[in-house]
Design a protein around this ligand. Structure first.
Ligand code: 6MZ
Length: 377
């Protein structure tokens, strides 16, 4: 009995370590949902010292495990109080990139909602400048967040990439930014975000996301901005079906964005349509189970999409909020659905096809996986 338990524990350890070593592509990570708890606690302490909040109350909320969907959005309001000044935005952006790189994420799309905050002298543009400053401040790894028109950039992206196991070379991570439209925003604010994405396309901004509390707002409010992004040729990903809003799910499918997040509450007809449109799906297992979008890991719609060979990519959503990591999401797929190491490898590798960055980056990432295959398989 003991030996059987030991064998299981060893197998779990081996699989967990392998999932960390696996090069991974992260396509759905919200900046403010990916902040380390230790950083949130430190920021809360600073505000408590100024008498602005009661530390113990905030600490309990940050450290709580298990969160319903409405609780998540209350928590984001709290996180935004803690994080929204330029220096803190820079700090969290740096830490989030460091954390993903540390677990061998080789391509990261971070999404974040550009924020106007008069009290802090913050505009959507200055917020994004602070994010970019943080990404560029990372020193532990070689970050490629580049100007898509510059020659430097071409040189970088054509260079065969990382030495994951090299002692002398730094790891390399490609970082790209998606600007989120929050469902609480007006049409005009959403249009500002799309125009900002266009302005910042040479600074690593490559797409638009629609997110926020799914029970708030109307599709018609964001549609003009999303349509504008589509006309400008900016790739779009949309949170779809976190709650069973039939009218909106249909409208999102009709809009046919480049990718969809979640797709939890689709009925049979919508499910069929998703599959026939072949829109790649960003799968967020832990997030969906914690917020009730999926009844359990075992009953998560991952299995259906995977078996149907539908394009999908494993993602964290909010690694800080849900105490997960991308390696853990891969481990959960192995532990829950019995995927083997070669199957997990293919899953990670295939996600390269769904990134919003250009063909040069895809080419480099394919090299990364070719290299890793020799080492990991
Ligand atoms: C919908 C979510 C989300 O943009 O301030 N966000 N929107 N569903 C989810 N599932 C749990 N998780 C995060 O990061 C936090 C913001 O991302 C969106 C919400 O709008 C949240 O306020 P940023 O960096």
């Amino acid at each position: 009995m003991d030996t059987e338990m030991e064998r299981k524990a060893l197998a779990e350890k081996d699989m967990r370590e392998w999932c960390v070593a696996l090069p991974k592509v992260e396509l759905h990570a919200h900046l403010n949902g990916s902040v380390r708890n230790s950083t949130l606690l430190e920021l809360a302490k600073q505000l408590a010292d100024k008498g602005l909040i009661v530390f113990e109350d905030v600490k309990d909320v940050i450290m709580k495990n298990g969160r319903s969907l409405p609780e998540c959005f209350k928590l984001f309001d709290l996180f935004h109080i803690l994080t929204t000044d330029h220096d803190t935005v820079t700090r969290i952006a740096k830490e989030v990139v460091e954390d993903f790189a540390a677990e061998n994420v080789v391509y990261l799309e971070i999404r974040t909602t550009p924020k106007n905050n008069g009290a802090k002298g913050m505009t959507k543009r200055s917020y994004m400048n602070a994010v970019i400053k943080g990404v560029k401040a990372v020193e532990a790894v070689d970050v490629v967040l580049f100007d898509s028109n510059s020659r430097t950039n071409d040189t970088l992206t054509c260079t065969p990439t990382i030495e994951l196991d090299g002692d002398t070379k730094k790891k390399r991570i490609y970082v790209r930014l998606l600007l989120s439209i929050d469902r609480r925003e007006t049409t005009s604010a959403a249009l500002d975000t799309v125009n900002l994405a266009l302005e910042m396309k040479d600074q690593g901004v490559i797409g638009i996301d629609l997110s926020g509390n799914p029970v708030v707002g109307e599709w018609e409010t964001y549609l003009p901005a999303l349509q504008h992004a589509k006309e400008l040729g900016i790739p779009i990903t949309i949170h779809c079906g976190e709650v069973p809003n039939r009218k909106e799910i249909q409208a999102v499918l009709d809009f046919c964005p480049q990718r969809l997040g979640h797709v939890c509450c689709l009925n049979d007809v919508e499910w069929k349509m998703l599959k026939s449109l072949i829109i790649p799906v960003e799968i967020c297992l832990t997030s969906n189970v914690m917020t009730g979008g999926a009844p359990s890991l075992e009953l998560h719609h991952f299995a259906d999409l995977y078996n149907a060979k539908h394009p999908l990519s494993l993602c964290t959503d909010d690694s800080g909020l849900f105490s997960t990591s991308l390696s853990n999401e891969y481990y959960l797929v192995a532990a829950t659905f019995g995927l083997s190491k070669p199957q997990l490898f293919r899953l990670a590798q295939e996600a390269v096809q769904f990134i919003f960055a250009d063909g040069n980056v895809k080419k480099s990432l394919k090299e990364v996986f070719r290299h890793a295959e020799k080492r990991l398989m």
